[in-house]
Design a protein around this ligand. Sequence first.
Ligand SMILES: N[C@@H](CCC(=O)N[C@@H](CS)C(=O)NCC(=O)O)C(=O)O
Length: 216
Amino acid sequence: MTVTLRSYWRSSCSWRVRIALHLKGVDFETVSVHLVRDGGEQHQPEHRSLNPMRELPVLMVDGQPVAQSMAILEYLEEVYPTPALLPIDPMERARVRQMAEVINSGIQPIQNLRVMQRLGSLFDRPKADQVQWSKEWIEFGFDGLHRLVEAHGGRYAHGDAISYADLCLIPQLYNARRFDVELSRFPRLLEVESELIEHPAFAAAHPDQQPDAVLA
Ligand SMILES: N[C@@H](CCC(=O)N[C@@H](CS)C(=O)NCC(=O)O)C(=O)O
């Protein structure tokens, strides 16, 4: 099986998938799609033919594209079940998905690149206002997520096993720092991050380790 990930170093959704691939020991190659250069390579016909939503990530499996990071995680979970990234109990599985969706549906889409760009162009807002927009929506979502982690977390976001919730949380924390979120308000999220930051799969998936990373 040939597996390729179309990714961008700072794409938080690509990062989720990179962590899963590393955790599950899947051999894969990275193809960089630059989200900013030349107006964004995600808008070019080649990429659009693979993902009509013009987004990253796209997982290519023997030439077949699948997009939407959560759908990709589900695919990987089915094809590479070990280590499991979902609990066995149905209610706990639902809870992990609930936590992941707080980020996947409730935070990331509101601060996605094209939303920010459109905010700037439509309302003629300065960059500082775009940052404030993202900061507020991340804080709103983290406030909810923090309560869930307080109730259901353990060593990790949900219990003591790494799950989808952690795969979504760690990249979103990185974004939160980019948008000046006051993270001391969310101590349980930071505790989970400190458990995972040196984990080999999480370290390998970090933006700075990607072939297209731009390190100043
Ligand atoms: N729900 C999608 C969201 C994908 C998404 O928004 N990806 C961002 C990068 S994290 C992107 O490609 N943005 C391109 C743009 O805004 O033009 C997923 O989970 O894959």
